[in-house]
Structures are given as structure tokens and as C-alpha cells.
Design a protein around this ligand. Structure first.
Ligand SMILES: Cc1cc2nc3c(=O)[nH]c(=O)nc-3n(C[C@H](O)[C@H](O)[C@H](O)COP(=O)(O)OP(=O)(O)OC[C@H]3O[C@@H](n4cnc5c(N)ncnc54)[C@H](O)[C@@H]3O)c2cc1C
Length: 311
């Protein structure tokens, strides 16, 4: 219920202004976001990689309404990849990038799909030259078909292009079967957007059960599963399944968000697992922050308490 309210609030301009201008917001944002600039992102990336993690960087922004904005977002990724390469952190895919199709034009009227595909192809080309990969984030359910089609087409030229499946969608076990093939990189998450009952599972326990089922499909297949969750039970099931099917530790990875359960990230790393941290940066952090607050009431309480104490 609270989650629904918060996700609905994320589109209110009044609430956006209030949250964005509250002084305490800066502290909360800093917990989840590397900073506003590519230099900030690089500094945190270098620290995480020195600690043994791998990283996927997200330049914040979504739902672009202008072709020029989409082109600007693509340029950000190209120069970020250049920076990462020059710093020597891209080889072997240690630092890669995550892209949101709507930030790169998918929702533009007319030829949005072609615009997004063109930008993603360009980013893939530069990533490949730097020795790393790209993963296409999954957004609102209305974009799932277009995103999966776009990824399928681009994979002909860039077979290591990763994509994301969300266990809260009823269709996802079928998509997992389709994508559990050799060479395919699939990130599995629960799903962070609002969706109607017809397309999504309404009850959290069902979403969790679906996650476990999808995870089994991916781990039993020949691809490279990327298990994106902070859920202790699901992480335990993943480890058990991987061991019982004899998967090598470097043949799959856990992924978690920057600032969420850092102790668990470290514990998994120390156990010999591969752990990739999803690291957002940029000025357009509002939608991302609201999704994080909606996921966990404790984050929201922390935020509201700090807001109240500073007046
Ligand atoms: C790497 C990564 C990439 C993602 N990419 C996408 C994407 O492309 N599209 C998309 O829709 N969503 C994406 N998500 C978000 C995802 O869909 C979920 O909304 C988010 O990860 C929360 O789900 P959860 O699996 O952690 O489970 P939840 O049900 O939110 O949490 C499960 C349990 O994890 C623990 N936990 C969670 N948060 C905390 C915390 N802050 N502190 C302590 N314990 C905590 C608690 O025990 C909690 O009960 C991504 C998530 C990750 C980690």
C-alpha cells in the first residue's frame, strides 16, 4: 500500500519539488548515488574495484521526451566509458554500464525504438573497444516487449549485451526459458515499477516464489545469470542451487544496489562469489530515490525523521 502511494507520488511535481529542495535529501541521496558527475562515479568505481567488487554504472535519467536529450544521455555514456577505460577499470568487464531504453529515446513518438537502438549500439561499440559490456535495464511493463525485441536484435552484433527480467511480471518464467541460452547475460530482479494485477503478481510472496522459479531456470541453463536481489532467503537458495548444479563461482554473479546491504555484499565477496554493485550517478536522481524509498519502509522512516529534525 505504502509502496503504491510512493510510486504514485513519484510523478507529482509538487512532491518532487519538496523532496528535491529539502536540505536533508542530500544525505539520503549520497547513500544511494555516487554523486552528480562522471568524476564522482569514477572515484567510487575505483574504490569498489580495489575492494574486489565489479560495478555496473547507471547515468540517471528516464522517460526522455526530446531526441536531443536522448542523444545527450548517449554522449554521457560514451565519455564515461572513455574515462573508465583510461582509468584501466573496464578490462574483463570489471566496470560495465547499465542503460535505460527510455533515457535513450525508446518512448519518443514515431521512431523511438530505432533511436534507442542506434544509441545503444553506439554505446555497445565503445564498451566492446574498452573490453567491457552493456546491460539494458527493464522499466515499466509497457516497455517490456519493445525492450526485449530491441535487445534480441542488437544481440546479433553484440552477443554479450545483457538484459533484465522482472519476477513480478506473470510472463517472466516464459521469458527466462527463452533467454536461458549459451552466452546470454540475464539480470533477474523482482521489479521496481507499478503494474496492474493482470500483468503483475500482486502479492509479495508470489513475487518471491516466482523469483526462485526464474532463478532455477537461469541457473540450470548455460547462460550467465546475474541475480539482482538483497533478499537473504533468495540469496541462500541461489547459493544452494549453484552448488548443487556444480556451477563455477565465476559463471554467475550476485548484483546489489550501491548503499543497500553493504555488509552482505562484502560477505558474499569474501565467500568467493562474484558481486557486482549497481552504481547510479547524475543529477536526475529523483525517480531512482523514490523507488528505493518505496522498497523499504525503514529507508523512508530514516528520511522522514531526518526531515522532521531539521525543520
Ligand atoms: C543490481 C540491481 C539492478 C536492478 N535493476 C532493475 C531493473 O532494471 N528494473 C527494475 O524494475 N528493477 C531493478 N532493480 C530493483 C529491483 O527490481 C527491486 O525493486 C529491488 O532490488 C528490491 O528488491 P529485493 O530483491 O532486494 O527484495 P525486497 O523484497 O525489496 O527486499 C527483500 C529483503 O532484502 C532485505 N533488504 C532490502 N533492502 C534492504 C536494505 N536497504 N537494508 C537491509 N536489508 C534490505 C530485507 O531483508 C528485505 O526483506 C534492480 C535491483 C538491483 C539489485
Amino acid at each position: 500500500m505504502l509502496r503504491q502511494v510512493l510510486l504514485a507520488a513519484s510523478s507529482s511535481q509538487g512532491i518532487r519539488r519538496l523532496v528535491s529542495t529539502a536540505p536533508v535529501t542530500r544525505d539520503v541521496v549520497a547513500r544511494f548515488v555516487a554523486g552528480e558527475s562522471a568524476a564522482d562515479a569514477l572515484a567510487v568505481t575505483e574504490r569498489l574495484i580495489a575492494d574486489g567488487f565489479t560495478v555496473t554504472l547507471d547515468y540517471l535519467g528516464e522517460d526522455t521526451t526530446e531526441p536531443l536529450e536522448a542523444a545527450a544521455a548517449a554522449r554521457q555514456y560514451l565519455s564515461l566509458l572513455e574515462r573508465l577505460r583510461a582509468a584501466g577499470v573496464t578490462s574483463g568487464g570489471r566496470a560495465e554500464v547499465s542503460v535505460k531504453p527510455t533515457a535513450l529515446g525508446l518512448g519518443l513518438p514515431g521512431d523511438g525504438e530505432a533511436v534507442a537502438a542506434g544509441h545503444i549500439a553506439e554505446i555497445c561499440e565503445v564498451a566492446r573497444a574498452a573490453g567491457t559490456t552493456v546491460t539494458v535495464d527493464m522499466e515499466d511493463h509497457t516497455h517490456v516487449d519493445a525492450t526485449l525485441q530491441l535487445v534480441a536484435k542488437l544481440r546479433a552484433d553484440y552477443p554479450d549485451l545483457g538484459c533484465v527480467l522482472q519476477s513480478y511480471l506473470r510472463r517472466t518464467p516464459g521469458d527466462c526459458e527463452t533467454l536461458a541460452v549459451a552466452g546470454s547475460r540475464v539480470r533477474l530482479c523482482k521489479g521496481a515499477y507499478r503494474a496492474p494485477d493482470g500483468v503483475a503478481l500482486a502479492v509479495r510472496s508470489e513475487v518471491d516464489r516466482a523469483y526462485a522459479r526464474c532463478m532455477r531456470i537461469l541457473l540450470d541453463g548455460p547462460g550467465h545469470p546475474m541475480l539482482a536481489t538483497h533478499d537473504p532467503r533468495l540469496i541462500e537458495i541461489a547459493g544452494f542451487r549453484a552448488r548443487s548444479t556444480g556451477r563455477a563461482p565465476d559463471s554467475f554473479e550476485y548484483q546489489m544496489l550501491y548503499g543497500v546491504r553493504p555488509d552482505e555484499q562484502r560477505r558474499l565477496l569474501d565467500s568467493g562469489a562474484r558481486v557486482r554493485v549497481y552504481l547510479p550517478y547524475g543529477r536526475d536522481w529523483y525517480g531512482y530515490l523514490v523507488r528505493r524509498l518505496a522498497e523499504r519502509p525503514a529507508n523512508l522512516t530514516f528520511f522522514l525523521r531526518a526531515l522532521a529534525s531539521r525543520g
